[in-house]
Structure formats: C-alpha cells, structure tokens
Design a protein around this ligand. Structure first.
Ligand code: HEM
Length: 86
C-alpha cells in the first residue's frame, strides 16, 4: 500500500546510480528501474542517463506518450521530497 512507500530526498536518490541498483524519478515518483533496464526499447545506456537523478524532463522530451505510471507501477519505491534541513 501507499503507506509502505518511502520519502526520498535527492541525496539518497543519487546513491542509486549503477547498473545493479538504479533509481530514477518521473513526475515526482521514484522508481527502481534496475529490472527494466534490459527491456528498454531505447537501450540500457539511454535509460542509465537518468539513473540516480530526476528523469522527468528528459523523458518528456523523448517520449511523453509512453505511460511510465502504468509500465513501472510495480517498480515504485516512493516519492521525491526536498532535502531535510539540518
Ligand atoms: C524508446 C530514450 C526512459 C520506455 C526510447 C528511444 C530512446 C529512448 C532514444 C527510441 C528507441 C528507438 O526507437 O530505437 C530514453 C531516455 C530515457 C528513457 C533517454 C530517460 C528519461 C524510458 C522510460 C520508459 C521508457 C522510463 C518506460 C518505463 C520506452 C518505450 C520506448 C522507448 C516504451 C518505445 C517507444 C516507441 O517506440 O514509441 N527511449 N528512454 N523509456 N522507451 Fe525510452
């Protein structure tokens, strides 16, 4: 359920930037894209450009017609939040 999803700040997101552990953000939602990498029609290299960062703009400029919400639903990790101030 939605209660088990995490609130993820940019500092945590950017640690997940490898082929073995890749997270990315699309429209405020953080997805673990690791399992999808080999299936991306545009190739792993293209998708890895947004690993560990917010891919919303690049995604919108390449294929806004693709339904990420639907396709990556089971890969949803949580929601991007701003960095907590210390
Ligand atoms: C196709 C890049 C993220 C799903 C493509 C293609 C490129 C590309 C260049 C064209 C491949 C070709 O026609 O030879 C990127 C980049 C991404 C990204 C730079 C980073 C933001 C995603 C995500 C998804 C996705 C997150 C879905 C979960 C698809 C699909 C196609 C495609 C379904 C085929 C679309 C079609 O033919 O209409 N991508 N992609 N991509 N990508 Fe991505």
């Amino acid at each position: 359920g939605v209660e088990s999803l995490m609130r993820i700040p940019p500092s945590v997101l950017k640690k997940h930037n490898t082929r073995e552990d890749a997270w990315s953000v699309f429209n405020g939602k953080v997805y673990n894209i690791t399992a999808y990498l080999p299936f991306h029609p545009g190739g792993e290299k293209e998708l890895m450009r947004v690993a560990g960062r917010d891919g919303s703009k690049l995604f919108a400029s390449t294929h806004a017609w693709v339904n990420v919400d639907f396709m990556l639903d089971t890969c949803l990790v949580g929601f991007l939040v701003s960095e907590p101030s210390l």
